[in-house]
Ligand binder design. Structure first.
Ligand code: S3P
Length: 441
């Protein structure tokens, strides 16, 4: 599917971004393995999280949709998840398919590492090209049998879980997916485990597992898990809006010359909110209103307005705090005065696409002046964008970043493979039509 985007005269309105993808995955996965039953409100019924639902159902978790997910309409979805905690998960009768979702594959592998049965995990072509040795290594060290294609680097994966031992593991990359896989396996080990991160990554797993009765202590970069011998207890989860989805409107709002957009119910967990600090440093006008805590996660409303942006440097420990937002930050950087430099972000090369190459090549089609670095990119701001045909390459975040670039460009921008948005934001195109008022002549 192709979508055509033109620059609107104004951007106005109020939007609630869809439920957080990371938290939606965890709410189904952890409750699905827990004892008891829980309600998950504002669940993101995007393709990635639905893959997690299907995998957990195949192993005996019960997931009931109390409101049905509807393509593009995105009514808030409530689920009832009844965990397999008492009797345990069972061997799936078929291959588990994580589709496009790295979170599904990596987190479920951590859970399966402790299950005494065989499971095979696969995914789409993109996921089958993404590194899985990063989870295979620690899970094997803990005692699981686990194999992958290409010398145990790629999916499909075969896992036969085992009696696990506790480990101390230094994560080679700041990855919440790898951290979470090890933490999940560690819950079932015969002793305590410690995971050390090179820099803090999103901590939704730690927060939710603690709420379910797990013994998890965080000391700066070290996380210590002590198995309790009891199953996790199911907990209700009210999923906050996804800051990674809100980010597209934050950038549209600050970079468009006539904009004011209110974003409601945005999750502002400090391990996810790097985009806010970066845009503010670039001169963005973002007002934070109604700060509150919901389900153990900080939440607020954001009012974003047209702003004069300037370039910045993004590197080091700030990178994991906005790893998924870097393609849309590159769009903001195009609208800024001066250069923006993104470094220490080589992880972008192993996301749904190589997001360094894809962002630079696709935004360059619209006239952006930017270059690749091995671990990031340099964007020379201020070059006017001009509409052109560009391609999401099947990557949801690239599709949405290109659409926002189209809102800022002169003329007509065509985004190819525009349906990719359904992975994390099924209502994205509807929301774009809602806030864009009057298109240019
Ligand atoms: C996620 C962690 C990040 C992020 C992904 C979701 C998670 O991946 O890019 O979209 O829910 O844990 P890495 O852990 O591989 O950096």
């Amino acid at each position: 599917m192709e979508r055509v985007v033109r620059a609107p005269q104004r951007l106005r309105g109020e939007l609630e971004p869809p439920g957080d993808k990371s938290i939606s995955h965890r709410a189904v996965l952890f409750n699905g393995a827990a004892r008891g039953s829980a309600l998950v409100r504002n669940f993101l019924a995007g393709a990635d999280c639905l893959a997690t639902v299907a995998c957990m159902q195949a192993m005996g978790a019960q997931v009931e949709f109390l409101t049905a997910p509807q393509a593009e309409e995105e009514v808030p979805v409530t689920l009832r998840v009844t965990g397999a905690g008492d009797r345990g998960l069972h061997e799936p009768a078929d291959v588990l398919n994580a589709e496009n979702s790295g979170t599904t594959m990596r987190l479920i592998s951590g859970l399966l590492a402790a299950q005494p049965f065989l499971s095979i995990l696969t995914g789409d072509a993109s996921l089958r090209s993404r590194p899985m040795d990063r989870i295979i290594r620690p899970l094997r060290l803990m005692g699981a049998q686990i194999w992958g294609r290409r010398g145990d680097a790629l999916a499909p994966l075969a896992i036969r879980g085992g009696n696990l031992h506790g480990i101390t593991y230094d994560l080679p990359v700041a990855s919440a997916q790898v951290k979470s896989a090890v933490l999940l396996a560690a819950l079932f080990a015969d002793g305590a485990s410690t995971v050390v991160e090179p820099a803090p990554s999103r901590d939704h797993s730690e927060r939710m597992l603690r709420a379910m009765g797990a013994d998890i202590a965080s000391h700066e970069r070290a996380i210590v898990v002590r198995p309790t011998g009891r199953p996790l207890e199911a907990v209700d989860v009210a999923v906050p809006g996804d800051i990674s989805s809100a980010a597209f409107w934050m950038v549209a709002g600050v970079a468009h010359p006539d904009a004011e957009i209110t974003l409601t119910n945005v999750g502002l967990n400090p391990t996810r909110a790097g985009i806010l600090a970066v845009l503010q440093r670039m001169g963005a006008s973002i007002r934070i209103e109604r700060e509150r805590t919901e389900g153990g996660e900080p939440v607020a409303d954001l009012v974003v307005r047209s702003s004069a942006l300037r370039g910045t440097v993004i590197q080091g420990a700030e990178i994991p705090l906005l790893i998924d937002e870097l393609p849309i930050v590159a769009v903001a950087a195009c609208a800024a005065q001066g250069d923006t430099i993104i470094r220490d972000a080589a992880e972008l090369r192993v996301k749904e696409t190589d997001r360094i190459a894809a962002t630079v090549q696709e935004l360059s089609r619209l006239g952006a002046r930017m270059e690749e670095l091995p671990d990031g990119m340099v964007i020379h701001g201020g070059a006017p964008l001009t509409g052109a045909a560009c391609d999401s390459r099947g990557d949801h975040r690239l599709a949405m970043s290109l659409a926002i670039a189209g809102l800022l460009a002169r003329g007509e921008t065509t985004v190819r493979a525009a349906e990719a948005v359904s992975v994390s934001y099924p209502g994205f195109w509807r929301d774009l039509d809602r806030v864009a008022e009057g298109t240019e002549a």
